[in-house]
Design a protein around this ligand. Structure first.
Ligand SMILES: N[C@@H](CCC(=O)N[C@@H](CS)C(=O)NCC(=O)O)C(=O)O
Length: 221
């Protein structure tokens, strides 16, 4: 049975879940919530996700929102594809930790900065909030640089849930607060992630929407 996957092509958390669907070779249909033509998809999303946040998925009678949760569901649904959450308990904890770090300490400040640059959300940008969020990013870049291996993936030797979170987080974070030269492993990880087919797919899918992102470097990547 095909999974209906609701999201927006430009959305970082939509990328996160779709990267997992592609990695797991899942049978899914991308149900875009972009524009007036997709009112049915918007209504379906709102019926699943209490605040209308995306992504969400529907698989028969099963419904999930929250990207990490729906990735866990997809991971178990397709056991023949490489696991996104390791079977080993300690390794799984490590992967889940990095997933939380990328969502809460990288994507959250990125979203906060972006919100301050969207006049329909924030008519009067708060410079102090922007600087606090940038400082958070600089701090977490330093921590991540200490954590990752020179040639591995985000949560260990294998591509995992942590990479599904890291790919969009590092993609957009670098547009907002560039990864510094002092974080060469993190910069290399971002490049490795962007070269992966699943990540390249979501990046390409978002290209026509880049003008909607108020910051960044749309001419590269
Ligand atoms: N914790 C959620 C975050 C989802 C989220 O913030 N999605 C953004 C798009 S990237 C969204 O729904 N924005 C619209 C809104 O907040 O109304 C998850 O992991 O799925």
């Amino acid at each position: 049975m095909t999974i209906d996957y609701f999201g927006h092509p430009l959305s970082s958390y939509t990328w996160k879940g779709e990267i997992a669907l592609i990695e797991k070779r899942a049978d899914y249909r991308f149900c875009s919530i972009d524009g007036d033509a997709n009112a049915e998809n918007v209504a379906a999303l709102q019926a699943i996700s209490p605040l209308g946040k995306f992504p969400a998925l529907r698989h028969g009678t099963v419904q999930h929102f929250e990207s990490s949760i729906l990735i866990e569901y997809v991971d178990r649904l397709y056991p023949d594809a490489p696991a996104l959450i390791p079977a080993d308990a300690a390794a799984a904890l490590r992967v889940r930790l990095l997933d939380r770090v990328y969502d809460n300490y990288v994507m959250a400040p990125v979203q906060a900065i972006v919100a301050e640059h969207l006049p329909f959300l924030t008519p009067e940008p708060d410079a102090a909030r922007i600087e606090r969020s940038r400082a958070m990013l600089r701090s977490i870049y330093g921590w991540l640089e200490q954590q990752i291996a020179a040639d591995g993936w985000s949560g260990g030797a294998d591509f995992s849930l942590a990479d599904c979170a890291a790919a969009p987080a590092l993609f957009y974070a670098d547009w907002v607060e560039p990864l510094p030269d002092s974080a060469p492993k993190l910069r290399a990880l971002r490049a490795r992630l962007l070269a992966r087919a699943s990540v390249a797919h979501v990046v390409e899918q978002a290209r026509p929407y880049r003008h909607l992102f108020p910051l960044g470097a749309p001419d590269r990547d």
